[in-house]
Ligand binder design. Sequence first.
Ligand code: ADP
Length: 760
Amino acid sequence: MERLVLGLAAQVVTAEPHDAGRPLPQRAAGAVRAYARDPILRRVVGVAALGAALGAFVVLAMPGRGSVLEGAGVPMAWLVPGLVVLTCIAEITVVRLRHGEAVEELSLYEAALIIDVLLLPPRHALLAAVAGLVMASVLQRRPAVKAAFNLGTYTAAVSVLILLVHLIGGTAGTVTARVLAGVLAGTLAFTTVNLCCLAQILGFINGVAPWAVIRSEARLSLYMAVGTMATGLTTTVIALHAPLLLPFMAMPALAVTYAYRAAAREADERARSACLLQLSHALAEREDVVRQFLVLVREAFDADLGVIAVSGTGPALSVEAADPATVQAGPFPAYLAAWRDADAPVQLTENLPTGLRHVVIVPVEGAGRRLGTAAFASRRRRRMSTGDVTLLASLGNALAVAMRGAEHLERLTEERSKLQAVVEQSAEGIMVIGAGGLVQVWNQALTDCVGIPAAEATGRPVGELLDVPAEEERELLLPVSIDVPRVATELTIRRGDGEERRLRLAHSAIFAAGELVRDVVVISDLTREYRTERLKSDFIAMVSHELRTPLTPIMGYIDLLRTRGERMTPQKRLDALTLIGDRAAHLSRLVEDLLLASRFGDHPDEASLQVNTATHDLVAIVRQAVEDLRCDRVVLSAPEEAWPARCDSGRTVQVLTNLIGNGLKYSAEDRTVEVSLRRDDRFLHVDVRDRGRGIPSDSLEKVFEKFHRVEDPMTMSTSGTGLGLFIARQLARAMGGDVTLESTINVGSRFTLSLPAEGP
Ligand code: ADP
């Protein structure tokens, strides 16, 4: 506690600019300014003044008093220096006691004071107490502020002790009850004064009232005071009456001292082990290792200052005992610079800044690589043991290893995140299957393709995730084996929404001890290509079928005409030729449809569709289309007057022929197809209504797509190319109109051709 306070005070003082070499008045003025600015210094000066005043009072008020106990038989000329030396030794003999977080320094100084006060007259006792303390301060090279504070405090406290012992105890020759009472009262007063002085500074530093410090420290101080008083008193009495027993008296004190020391050392070791354990965790976790190392190692070795500089990375880091959790960045101390590259531990005791007694510097290096330098400095005299230095050096190595580990980890993490980005941003689906066929990695592209999010997929068997409807394709999900670790398969899966997708799975597996370790699968969505491929083969099947259908009767009748034509009646010949003509016309229509469809892009225009619009009577066009079909199942209800429309008459006939033809084709032979006209403000509409099988609602738009047929072309009951409606709509749109559809399955359909009305 005391050490902490005065350590700070010393810093405050040394923080003043060095003013050696300046004229005395200026130096004095500087000192006064420092005093005025620094509240700690003000308190130290106050305590020193109090000590001086009380000491002077003792010297002046008790000039002729003799000692309380007589009979030592030692002349004053020997006794005084002897007791000065004894007091000095007692002050130096310090045991550091750790209780909780705090460290107490226990010395035998107070016990020596009791001896001084009892054996010497007041002035001599004061002299021995002060001189002993000064000697100890000089020997221990204590900072001036600390020495001044100690001197002030103890002079004040000893003065009070002397006054009370002499006033209450009188000048009896031996230990009487009065003497004992005097010593007891004096010790209590001594402790009180001592504690009050200390509380002034401690209270200020900790930001609490001095009274709070007195209350928290009173009990311990009292115990220590009573203990040292008893030791001092007993020693004095034994020295007077049975000096031969004195060594035996020293023994318990020594034993207690050493027991204290052992206990203190053990406590220190325990604290250090706890720190080192914490350090080992920090190094193992590889997080913020340099900072943690600095803070924990400084604490473990109870150093006053820890500094670490990592090669190639900015400023050095330092931490001080006064603020053990705050790591500050700054330059590497100049007094250590010469040893920054030392490749073995170095202990320094010379050329150190004021207040520091020794420094241990250790290299931070491991696996042949130098990563930095660490230094730990102490204000205490005791040097670090060889064992401690070796331990520190090993910790330096451990830090280097941890730093390299952390570096590797960082690099690995970076690589991993890069890889993750590649996997996540890949347009192809990527899945990694681990032992037991469980999914480990599942990227976004795969989620988009099969509709299963990664969170749902990971950790589950792949067979459970992907629904493969075809029995024979199910085994293709995980086809790798130790003999065939790389293989590509194609299969169709069904998504949750019922849509089917054709996938290509390229496997690349690793096996260990016959077991699958990892299978990296790159998945490509072939659905589009697969559909196009199917469409192509369907198209070829359809076209060849459609072309062959009219060709068969053509060739049959040509053959008939060639072999038996002369024997046939003219009517039969004409019928055969008419049929050939019909079929040839059908063929030519088919070819024209194919050509027309192939010419359509996404946005066909009039020119590409060869549409020439002009004003035509739509009623006449509809009549012509119905007549061309020569079918009595078609019922037309048309107005008598002309309905002018803007259209291409030929193309309009083509569209209507297709719509009416479909109505006939897709309804039973006994059902009629009704054709009617209606108009509104802008358009004229031709409705073609049938009572056929109708069109399912999900195909209402699709029937207008190229090659789309509601049935499978291979199993269809009616022939067709799937081009008619596509062409009809494109032509209608090119003329500024449209073809629309309403249909109910098994009830019938109504196709409507709408064209722009012309004129009034
Ligand atoms: P095609 O008749 O040559 O197959 P279309 O483009 O004219 O080609 O018709 C496309 C599909 O629409 C037909 O295959 C058929 O399935 C359906 N379809 C067309 N018109 C009707 C209708 N009136 N009744 C029922 N289905 C029809």
